[in-house]
Design a protein around this ligand. Structure first.
Ligand SMILES: Nc1nc2c(ncn2[C@@H]2O[C@H](COP(=O)(O)OP(=O)(O)O)[C@@H](O)[C@H]2O)c(=O)[nH]1
Ligand SMILES: [Mg+2]
Length: 414
């Protein structure tokens, strides 16, 4: 557990009896209550300001993980009357307010804690280490240079506003932002895990495909329609992307009882899906009216199953497999992973993507205005707006309610 704030040293002394603490050195410490009883033998380290996570005096106590012991140590600290429980994200918020990290990096801390996949954790770590902040800072600096030369020309008539080279500079900036935004929406899926639903008519072979992908018989397969009613869920990492597979009840309208409820559940999960594997029995082909079930998720791959029973269609844009005989599964997995970027993008949080897109809009508007020969005044307004959006990413002058919103999603102790 961590203690931070100007009175950290006093608290440490009160609970350990030790008067002086060497900086950044871990020491064994007996934590005692007021009667002198040892509550816990802990390891303690004192980080004096400013070389600490929060930038203030900070101490870390390592104690045994048993919640009973943790509670009694917390009680001991609270009993000094010098401390209170931290709010959600308060350590990181203080680190931000004391200039140890910028807002994007602070968001990286939160993202790291709640990442739903291994690549998600990698993206969060890069954010925390300042990857995006560096890119955004460089963009902002470039815009600031353009803006400064235009603004200088307002004051000094002879100063060159640099309008000749402005369009090419703006072009380059737009390209850089496009590069950052590339794959951003897929990245947010990769971060949390790709919600993938296997859907199709009864008996298309959905459960067989689910089993073939997982590599073991997870779901019951039966020649009778309506076998699968509950949604089965399994996570599998394929080429660095976490897919969360759902095997569902076959969709058909003429159904009742538990099967009908199963189908309602299927519709719900379909609408929440990032990827739908829509399975068709190739020996039967598409049924009339089946198109309405396609494209309910964000992306859809049509999987023609039972390829062993028919001549495979060539170049029809569908993926052909035989789930029963495990044929074509590799190709399907490749088709799935190719829908997601292989190099992890820098931008995976909505707020960053939104602000970058806004900056892009202002720069594009500026470029158009420059080409139409608009006044430097109009150009500087666009550049100023773009700059503000970029500065919002790293949180310069961030309003308190934005900080509340961001840090309230953290857990206590971060
Ligand atoms: N010939 C053939 N039969 C298959 C294939 N995949 C599934 N089946 C059969 O189709 C029937 C329905 O399969 P199932 O996976 O339960 O379909 P679901 O209702 O869509 O989940 C079962 O009898 C399976 O053995 C395949 O690739 N080839
Ligand atoms: Mg099934």
């Amino acid at each position: 557990m961590r203690i931070s704030g100007p009175r950290t040293g006093e608290i440490l002394t009160a609970i350990t009896g030790r008067e002086t603490w060497p900086a950044h050195v871990q020491m064994p410490a007996s934590l005692r209550d007021r009667t002198g009883r040892v509550v816990e033998k802990a390891m303690a380290v004192f980080h004096p300001a400013p070389r600490s996570y929060t930038g203030e005096d900070l101490s870390e106590l390592g104690c045994h993980g048993n919640p009973l012991i943790v509670d009694s140590v917390m009680e001991l600290i609270r009993g000094t009357g010098l401390a209170r429980l931290a709010e959600k994200g308060e350590f990181t918020r203080r680190a931000f307010l004391n200039g140890k990290i910028d807002l994007a990096q602070a968001e990286g801390v939160g993202a790291l804690v709640s990442a739903g996949s291994a690549p998600g954790a990698d993206m969060a770590r890069s954010l925390l280490e300042g990857g995006l902040s560096g890119d955004v800072g460089a963009l902002a600096d470039e815009i600031q240079v353009l803006l400064s030369s235009i603004e200088a020309s307002f004051i000094l008539d002879e100063a060159d506003p640099g309008l000749d080279s402005l369009p090419s500079s703006l072009d380059a900036l737009l390209g850089e932002i496009d590069g950052l935004l590339e794959g951003a929406s897929e990245a947010s899926r990769i971060y949390s895990g790709v919600v993938t639903t296997i859907a199709g008519l009864p008996n298309a072979g959905k459960s067989s495909l689910f089993n073939a992908i997982l590599g073991y018989p997870r779901a019951i397969v039966h020649h009778e329609g309506g076998t699968t009613r509950d949604i089965l869920r399994e996570r599998l990492e394929i080429s660095g992307v976490d897919f969360i597979f759902h095997d569902t009840a076959g969709i058909r309208t003429a159904s009742s009882g538990p099967e009908e409820i199963g189908i309602q559940n299927t519709m719900e999960i379909l609408k929440k899906s990032h990827l739908v594997l829509y399975v068709v029995d190739a020996s039967a082909g598409f049924s009339p009216g089946e198109e309405q079930w396609l494209n309910l998720g964000e992306k859809t791959l049509i999987v023609m199953n039972k390829a062993d029973l028919v001549e495979a269609g060539q170049g029809d844009g569908h993926v052909w497999v035989s789930a029963k005989y495990g044929l074509g599964i590799e190709g399907l997995l490749e088709a799935m992973t190719s829908l997601f970027p292989q190099d992890l993008p820098r931008v995976f949080l909505e707020r960053h993507a939104y602000l970058l897109a806004r900056a892009r809009e202002d720069l594009a508007h500026c470029l158009e205005s420059a080409r139409r020969g608009m006044t430097p005044d109009a150009l500087s307004m666009d550049l100023g707006a773009a700059l503000r959006s970029l500065r919002d990413i790293t949180g310069e002058d961030a309003p308190a309610d934005l900080l509340d919103d961001i840090f309230s999603r953290f857990c206590v102790g971060k």
